[in-house]
Design a protein around this ligand. Structure first.
Ligand code: HEC
Length: 245
């Protein structure tokens, strides 16, 4: 059912994921609540107190949608794999919702925000910053600028589709099965066979998600920059994985 939704979005010209762009809404609202709250307190402005409160309530509503889509993206793009940044995001998102509720309750009926309300606004702000930080760990930590330009399309595919589970060519879910010395990267036919029909929990990358051309570009990047089969400390595991197609 989920993949139908993502296919539909792709047919509209938006290949997803949905969560990252949506995160900016609660992030902006929480930042707004803190700034309006501080200014309201400083200038004794009742109007801005209400603006801050409206931001909190909208942030709460959008946080729930953002979490729902985050959950869906996680199922679709990471097969629900328990990656460290995902665990942290779930915990911090739970705390954020609790704090937003607390902010809404504490601020009720107040003409100006008191110190407790402002502290809760600030804590909400730290939560959204933390959520952004862990989101970044899932996607942006691979550096693109260090590579020759011709490999950039390959890195981008890698960051979008693989990096969450295989940062720097490792494997967060199955640490023994790293890309770095995987026999599956020995040649393109083996590579494409694997990405089209991998063993779960790795998600399958069918032609609608990774075209043949994209697979070539991705493979070229992996083969030239990630694959290090000569690493002597891992000779044994290469022999093992090379023996089983
Ligand atoms: C949801 C996490 C996840 C994503 C996303 C993911 N993989 Fe994997 N990958 C895995 C897991 C888990 C394994 C080990 C599967 C097993 O048990 O054999 C694996 C194994 C592999 C292997 C074989 C390692 C070996 O020697 O057995 C290759 C090659 C690979 N992945 C490439 C990719 C590429 C390329 C992408 C992106 C297009 C990708 N993976 C995306 C989780 C993921």
């Amino acid at each position: 059912m989920l993949s139908t939704l993502y296919q539909f979005l792709t047919s509209l010209g938006y290949p997803g994921p949905i969560h990252p762009p949506l995160t900016h809404v609660p992030m902006g609202l929480v930042t707004g609540a803190l700034i309006f709250g501080l200014v309201a307190r400083f200038f004794h402005s009742e109007k801005l107190t209400w603006t801050a409160r409206a931001c909190v309530i909208l942030a709460l509503i959008f946080a729930l949608f953002t979490m729902l889509f985050g959950f869906m993206d996680w199922q679709h793009y990471y097969s629900g794999g328990w990656l460290h940044p995902i665990k942290m995001k779930l915990i911090v998102a739970g705390i954020l919702v609790g704090l937003l509720l607390l902010a809404a309750i504490l601020g009720q009926g107040r003409r100006l925000p008191n110190a407790a309300v402002l502290v809760v606004y600030a804590l909400c702000f730290f939560c959204v910053a933390g959520l952004g930080w862990f989101g970044d760990k899932l996607t942006y930590s691979a550096r693109i600028d260090a590579l020759p330009e011709q490999f950039h399309p390959g890195v981008i595919l890698f960051i979008n589709d693989c990096y969450g589970c295989h940062p720097d060519g490792g494997n967060l879910i199955a640490p023994d099965l790293q890309l770095r010395w995987s026999g599956k990267l020995k040649n393109f036919p083996r590579f494409i066979q694997w990405v089209r029909h991998p063993k779960p929990p790795m998600p399958a990358f069918g032609p609608s998600r990774l075209t043949e051309r994209q697979a070539h570009v991705l493979y070229k990047y992996l083969f030239d920059f990630i694959w290090k089969p000569e690493d002597p400390s891992v000779g044994a595991s290469l022999t093992n994985s090379a023996a089983t197609p």
